[in-house]
Design a protein around this ligand. Structure first.
Ligand code: CUA
Length: 327
């Protein structure tokens, strides 16, 4: 049943309506009693005002009826409120058994998300409509909080611990993710988008994103490391809005957001893997996470060799792949 307060965000999950009804009830009760008490204070002050200087008030020894009334009625109201709130709470914090499990890692200042089938995203979460989604979340550094207003769901993301929340999206579209816990200088920019898709479109989307393989056997090639770390999900052959292409860049000069230019060589690539924000290519945002601690120096070396070997667009034909097919 559609029920919408004019000042609330879109309702895009199964419990958005529950939360809005409860909120509306609480605001209505608060308003009702505020007005009731204010009117009675004013009304009694006028009605029982002193009319002449020698007027004296009558003695009043209490009323059991009045005291029972103003105890029992509020008690029933708060018990009703408690029962209603508890019902919504339990619905929101008990994920159904068939919910698909997504992993969310918060870190200063981004959301890293992994799908049940292995696909990874940063500051984006694609989900199918009408199917329960369970988020298992943790933090790599400080407290964050995963908040999707359109789903009316928010939960702390805590270092060293998993927290879980769930929702079932009910409406196609793109909805804001916010970090709702102050976590440092760029807390306000730790945002992202949930994209709710038709199940068919979601399957197509999954198929189009590379799945990183499981933990590396020793001695894997640069290409295998590149695939395992899902570098290609942002650094596509044609580039993407998230990251520039790595094809044919080795040895070329590139302009940075600072206005400087830098030659793309081993040390620039190594720095960009370990400290990606240090030198951002002009036109891109510093969204890449550091891979410090995740790759050994040997693996970095392999990655550099692999990137060095990637042909530019003009050489695509020599690889035997037809252009436009490779993603
Ligand atoms: Cu993360 Cu605020």
């Amino acid at each position: 049943m559609p029920f919408k307060l004019p000042f609330t965000p879109e309702q895009a999950s199964t419990f958005a309506g529950d939360v809005d009804r409860l909120t509306f009830y609480l605001v209505a009760m608060g308003t009702f009693f505020t007005v009731l008490i204010a009117v009675m204070v004013l009304g009694f002050a006028i009605r029982y005002r002193r009319r002449s200087p020698d007027q004296v008030g009558e003695r009043f020894d209490g009323s059991t009826l009045l005291e029972v009334t103003w105890t029992v009625i509020p008690l029933l109201i708060v018990l009703f409120t408690f029962a209603w709130g508890a019902k919504v709470y339990f619905k929101m914090y008990r994920p159904p058994a068939d919910a698909a499990e997504y992993f969310v890692i918060g870190k200063q200042w981004m959301w890293k998300i992994q799908h049940p089938t292995g696909q990874r995203e940063i500051n984006e979460l694609h989900v199918p409509i009408g199917q329960p989604v369970k988020l298992t979340m943790t933090s790599e550094d400080v407290l964050h909080s995963f908040f999707v207003p359109a789903f009316r769901t928010k939960l702390d993301v805590v270092p060293g611990r998993y927290t879980t929340m769930w929702f079932t999206p009910t409406k196609l579209g793109r909805y804001h993710i916010f970090c709702a816990e102050f976590c440092g200088a760029e807390h306000s920019r730790m945002t992202g988008w949930v994209t709710v898709m038709d199940p068919g479109a979601y399957q197509d989307w999954l198929a189009a994103v590379a799945v990183p393989s499981l933990p590396a056997p020793p001695g894997e090639s640069g290409e295998q490391i590149f695939t395992r770390l899902a570098c290609g999900s942002c650094h596509r052959e044609q580039g993407s809005v998230i990251g520039p292409t790595l094809h044919g860049i080795f040895g070329t000069e590139v302009e940075l957001t600072s206005g400087e230019t830098v030659t793309i060589d081993e040390s620039y690539i190594r720095e960009s893997i370990l400290d990606p924000a240090a030198k951002i290519v002009a036109g891109y945002q510093p969204v890449m996470p550091s891979f410090k601690g995740q790759v050994s120096e040997d693996e970095i070396r392999q990655l550099i060799s692999y990137i060095e070997s990637l042909p530019g667009a003009g050489h695509a034909a020599t690889t035997g792949e037809s252009e436009g097919v490779v993603r």
